[in-house]
Design a binder for this molecule. Sequence first.
Ligand SMILES: NC(=O)c1ccc[n+]([C@@H]2O[C@H](COP(=O)([O-])OP(=O)(O)OC[C@H]3O[C@@H](n4cnc5c(N)ncnc54)[C@H](O)[C@@H]3O)[C@@H](O)[C@H]2O)c1
Ligand SMILES: O=CCCC(=O)O
Length: 521
Amino acid sequence: MIRAAVRTPYLRACLNQSRAPLTTKFIMSTRTIQTTAEIPKLSDPSLFRTGAFINDEWITSAEKSFTVTDPASGVEIGKLPDMNAQDTKKAIDAAAEAFKSWSQTTGKQRHDLLKKWYDLTMENQTDLGTILTQENGKPYPEAKGEIAYGASFFEWFAEEAVRTYGTVIPSHIPSQRFITIKQPVGVVGIITPWNFPNAMITRKVGAALAAGCTVVIKPGAETPYSALALCELAQRAGIPKGVINVVTTHENVAEVGKELCTNPTVKKISFTGSTPVGKLLMQQSSGTMKKISMELGGNAPFIVFDDADVDAAVEGALACKFRGSGQTCVCANRIYVQKGIYALFASRLAEKVAKFNVGNGFNADTTHGPLINDKAIIKVQRHLEDAVSKGGEVLTGGKHLGGNFFEPAVITGMTNDMAIATEETFGPIAGLFEFETEEEVLELANSTEFGLASYFYSRDIGRIWRMGEKLESGMVGANSPILSSCYTPFGGIKESGMGREGSLYGLDDYTNIKYINMGGL
Ligand SMILES: NC(=O)c1ccc[n+]([C@@H]2O[C@H](COP(=O)([O-])OP(=O)(O)OC[C@H]3O[C@@H](n4cnc5c(N)ncnc54)[C@H](O)[C@@H]3O)[C@@H](O)[C@H]2O)c1
Ligand SMILES: O=CCCC(=O)O
């Protein structure tokens, strides 16, 4: 148990002379957090697999192994083989062999298997949620929610598997006819992060398998057990040998990644993670001209106009900024609030954030879990200290509570020279910037190399259209803080990546269009 008192000494009466008087008060909080908890027993312990999964075999030994730890307690969860380029090559070969028959199955056959996988995932939702909370730390209800979200991609893409329609193109030459068909690209290399250990995999693998591709997955080293549990269920669903392979690694990640990107048998790389790693993988893949999908970092603006429903905007900011303790690529990073409601918004937001219960994700009253590791703690501390050193004021939170726990914070008086203005925090700090006009905030919102998600709150229909069209991001939430679903296209522009996951577009990333010209008629 860790106790932390947050004492903030004073409040400026106004943010500065020209601004509206600030009625916001600092929120004093004394938090007692529970870092340990009883972990529920798995009703099916065989879901906790202790080996990598290659060609339908569980591989428990390698030259080296790595340890996976519970980010809440620091307790070791288990060890897994730290695989290398040679192991990766074996997985690629297995996937290539399996592709020969899997690519020839009908859409209906793939539908049935994906649907079975979906059913098994939902039947085991609680156990999968337990594994996920243990390795990622997110609160148990949120983890079980992720399992349902992740499974929805199996269901959606099962239904899409039977709809990979081609086209008939009206001919301009009497003796010829033109058609297009969609074909699976081949073996896909999939690299995913730790923040959604289940859903970041399912939305790629669901689409890949539905299209007729086979896969080699490299999950986040912090959260590999969720990926392995999915493989156990895929095996039970009857998905054939070699169609899904998981290479586990930590220390050898660079060589495993390089093998996936340079091996000519792999025809596509689908990556979710940071922009610098995404750029490296693109460079490495260029030699074999692979098809690429990149779901990369963000720096989402969250804009609240004077004409917004302030309560809805506060609730939206709470959900959008603090989901997964701020460790979500689509989390609000820069919160812009118009001058007339700045103080009101700040005070209401801080009041709610002060009531969050930080702790071990398995405790029933925990609303926000730990960050993933000490690197994440160091980054949020750096962002907070940088903001404070440049004049930002912490209304609530901002303390390192020990271990990987950080007290969710609200900071006012944010300025554009602060790190949060340009860097993705990926943690629980809500920094509030004040603005005056729509033009000004639009320019600020778009002044980033990222373009994943943007959000705004307004009740002016003209403004809703204008902002929706002018914000430079792949996804925009207008009075809506959560964008993700299997039905809608997820993805970014600019340095947030390329490609779309989920939705009617999701399968396209895993198919090639072939044009066939039938002449001599
Ligand atoms: N756009 C999205 O859909 C989305 C979703 C989740 C996370 N993200 C982004 O991911 C980042 C946080 O995740 P992270 O810190 O795990 O990112 P990361 O880029 O460090 O790691 C992501 C994955 O890449 C692997 N990796 C790291 N170096 C590699 C290399 N040299 N070769 C091959 N693989 C390598 C990691 O082991 C992990 O599996 C944030 O920037 C976040 O915005 C984006
Ligand atoms: O972290 C990025 C993905 C989050 C989501 O799918 O909503």
